[in-house]
Write a protein that binds this ligand. Structure first.
Ligand code: FES
Length: 109
């Protein structure tokens, strides 16, 4: 089980803490199940990049990137080394803490 902290980029407030997130869920599913809004235009099938997040802590608790996910991340203007697509961030069987930053929307992404 995990504690996941969600932050909004460039905002002091807006932190949401989700405790007891379970393995086998994606970060997107955890967010949506807890009324945290992350865009997901393709419905979570790794065919867009609207669910972009930064995983700033606990990346080792999440399954690695597929080539398809990496392909969509490469197209983002605001990507960095922490970029992931939240619908592809499957939580591993583990215990720990994860921190996620939800980026500000960038035109053209
Ligand atoms: S919702 Fe489209 S890639 Fe995640």
């Amino acid at each position: 089980m995990f504690t996941i902290r969600f932050f909004l980029e460039h905002r002091e407030s807006g932190e949401a803490v989700i405790r007891k997130a379970k393995a086998g869920q994606t970060v997107l599913e955890v967010a949506l199940n807890n009324k945290i809004d992350i865009n997901h235009d393709c419905g979570g099938i790794c065919s867009c990049s609207t669910c972009h997040i930064y995983v700033t802590k606990g990346n080792h608790h999440i399954e690695g990137k597929s080539r398809k996910e990496q392909h969509y991340i490469e197209r983002l203007k605001n990507k960095n080394e922490n970029s992931r697509l939240s619908c592809q961030c499957l939580l591993r069987e583990d215990i720990g803490e994860i921190e996620v930053v939800i980026p500000v929307k960038v035109p053209g992404n």
